[in-house]
Design a protein around this ligand. Structure first.
Ligand SMILES: Nc1nc2c(ncn2[C@@H]2O[C@H](COP(=O)(O)OP(=O)(O)OP(=O)(O)O)[C@@H](O)[C@H]2O)c(=O)[nH]1
Ligand SMILES: [Mg+2]
Length: 618
């Protein structure tokens, strides 16, 4: 039987249903028994393809993943390599690099939301990679959907991205990935997802194959196995690759070297299978090449020719990672030294392409740059689960010097707000130097849709505050737009910190006495150290507090205040909330069991001296 290949990436804004659709495609592929697949599903959204523990916990895709589905049409067997991508803006780097493996893209757009900031970003990247798009208006089962308008909005988007005429001529499906059906018209007859396979076969071009040309494969993703070490994944652009073949590794910054591709694997269903040979056009995994990196070309040993290196957008946010030098260091972590921290960051750099790490001012300090708070937050969360302890400083946006002037990153922010919450949302956005680009209210809905250009700086902490100010009713999304001349100052937070002045165990007695000073991050019984930030002050300056005081014993029974009578507002900070909270001079201490905030200088006298020095210098 003749075999043909199709390579498609599934792209969309966050939560528009990519992974759910991939799962349904797996179910309807006929390659598996349903029970077999049911067993693999899990996590918040019950998905098979979001397989990593953090993905399951958060209900989002973090890493792009491949699968391959085989379908037969007439006497041709088609291998369809499907690449699921993450939709959250912070993982844009992940999307950019896997797109280089695809020839077509299924662009999913929610039938209610329409195109959102990340839709624009991924579509733009798909067009830059010359991918043929197919539009899937997804979640077509939604009763509040507005599929016809959404199609128009996608056309407008394509026009504004200056897409060529051929890109405007694409097939459109109305689809419920969750319920496993699709239709070619709004409210038209419903078919199973075989139609989607048919459309991929028909519209996505077969990969350009020059089987006779010298081998070229650019590494798009890395995987790792304890047994075989590093696994390079990419599409063969030209030639063939056989198991045990001698090849050359071409890298941007090192000299070409010879290596052996010990094994080659093809994707098959959810797994991979070892094969003797892979031909141009197919996506494969190569085992046994030590030290290979993303972007390297695996080339023919006799006539090595490099493919252009992978380019991904620059990071926009950075912060310092440093060893934990707090008094509780090592209490619950396994890895605490700067050596261990450095090795771990080096390992991360191998596969996390949108990440940058440079040595900081001191040996125990590293400046880590990424795409956003979530991107860096996921890394920190992963490290803490592995047993690392570290401290990180306040996240800052990365500025660039353009014609002698500092430029800062701006983002495209979209808000969906109920009309009655619009005022509170606008007030928050206003003080953050956002410029409104567009505002529309949708017919028959009490929601307003607003779009802004906002300095990336202004986004730090914005989401949490928006949710608080509007009782959780505002939805916000953003993605990187451009660097531009610096906007004016933006308040980071209006409150000060409550700082512990003594080390010990927090007591109900002392916390009760302080209950009206602000919101505490700690509870009675917690171990606290001097210089730890134990809460958020209700006023705009820092306040030193003693939370470890115990009640003086006396014979006289004081009236009233005896037991824990006051209601203490408690807020346990999650990692990302802590990163949004810290200001200059403070650090987030991250350990497997605790997220604490502390002053960089733990002693009050040191802080006072440093404050005086800074004032004198300015
Ligand atoms: N009504 C409806 N809901 C859907 C459909 N497909 C997905 N959803 C829901 O949308 C949410 C997000 O689905 P995912 O498949 O995780 O979305 P995603 O695009 O992969 O998200 P990220 O990978 O995090 O960007 C889940 O709660 C799904 O149950 C659909 O066809 N109809
Ligand atoms: Mg997903």
């Amino acid at each position: 039987m003749q075999e043909q290949i199709r390579n498609v990436a599934i792209i969309a804004h966050v939560d528009h249903g990519k992974t759910t659709l991939v799962d349904s495609l797996l179910y309807q592929s006929g390659m598996f028994r349903n029970e077999e697949l049911d067993r693999l599903a899990g996590g918040q959204h019950g998905l098979i393809f979001d397989s990593n523990p953090l993905e399951r916990e958060r209900g989002i895709t973090i890493l792009a993943k491949n699968c391959a589905i085989e379908v037969e049409r007439g006497d041709i067997r088609y291998r369809i390599n499907i690449i699921d991508t993450p939709g959250h803006a912070d993982f844009g780097g992940e999307v950019e690099r896997v797109l280089s493996m695809a020839d077509g893209a299924l662009l999913l757009v929610d039938s209610y939301d329409g195109p959102m900031p990340q839709t624009r970003f991924v579509l733009q990247k798909a067009l830059e990679n010359n991918l043929t798009p197919m539009l899937i208006v997804n979640k077509a089962d939604r009763v509040d959907g507005r599929p016809a308008e959404v199609v128009d909005e996608v056309f407008d988007l394509l026009v504004s991205l200056e897409a060529g005429d051929d890109a405007l001529d694409f097939p459109i499906f109305f689809c419920s990935g969750r319920d496993g059906w699709c239709s070619e018209e709004v409210d038209g007859e419903r078919f199973d997802l075989q139609r989607i396979f048919d459309a991929i076969i028909e519209h996505v071009p077969a990969p350009p194959v020059e089987v006779e040309a010298p081998l070229q494969l650019r590494v798009s993703t890395l995987d790792h196995s304890e047994y075989v070490g590093r696994i390079a994944i990419g599409r063969i652009a030209a030639g063939t690759l056989s198991a045990a073949e001698e090849i050359k590794v071409l890298s941007e910054d090192t000299a070409p070297r010879t290596a052996r591709a010990q094994e080659v694997h093809l994707f098959e269903g959810l797994g991979r299978k070892k094969v003797q040979q892979v031909k141009a056009g197919d996506i494969c995994a190569v085992i046994g090449i030590d030290g290979i990196e993303i972007g390297d070309t695996i080339a023919c040993a006799k006539e090595p020719m490099a493919l252009p290196a992978l380019r991904v957008d620059e990071p926009t946010l950075h912060m310092t990672f440093r060893v934990n030098d707090g008094p509780f260091v090592g209490r619950d972590g396994k890895y605490v030294t700067s050596r261990q921290l450095k090795d771990r960051l080096d390992k991360e750099l191998e596969r996390n392409v949108a990440l940058r790490v440079v040595q900081g001012d001191r040996p125990e300090e590293f400046l880590v740059s990424g795409r956003g708070l979530m991107h860096l937050g996921i890394l920190l969360e992963t490290m803490r689960r592995e047993g690392f302890e570290m401290c990180v400083g306040m996240p800052r946006v990365i500025e660039r010097l353009v014609d002698g002037k500092w430029h800062e990153p701006f983002e495209h922010l979209v808000l969906e707000s109920p009309i009655d919450a619009q005022g509170s949302a606008m007030a928050l956005i206003g003080e953050r130097r956002a410029e409104m680009i567009d505002m529309t209210s949708r017919a028959g809905s009490d929601m307003v849709h607003m779009e802004f250009k906002i300095p990336a700086r202004g986004l730090i902490g914005l989401r949490t505050r928006l949710l608080t100010a509007t009782a959780g009713r505002v939805i916000s999304h953003h993605s990187y737009l451009e660097h531009g001349p610096k906007a004016g100052p933006i308040p980071r937070r209006s409150s000060g910190s409550l700082i512990a002045v003594e080390t010990g165990q927090a007591t109900p007695y002392s916390l009760d006495a302080l209950y009206d000073r602000g919101t505490f991050f700690i509870e009675p019984g917690d171990q606290i150290y001097e210089g730890q930030v134990v809460g958020e002050h209700s006023r705009d300056r820092d306040l030193e507090v003693n939370v470890v005081r115990t009640k003086k014993l006396s014979n006289v029974r004081a009236s009233g205040k005896d037991d824990s009578t006051n209601v203490r507002p408690l807020k346990r900070l999650k990692l990302e909330e802590a990163l949004e909270f810290v200001v200059e001079g403070e650090l987030v201490e991250i350990t497997p069991a605790n997220i604490r905030i502390r002053k960089q200088l733990l002693k009050e006298s040191d802080r006072r001296r440093a404050g005086r020095k800074a004032r004198n210098e300015s």
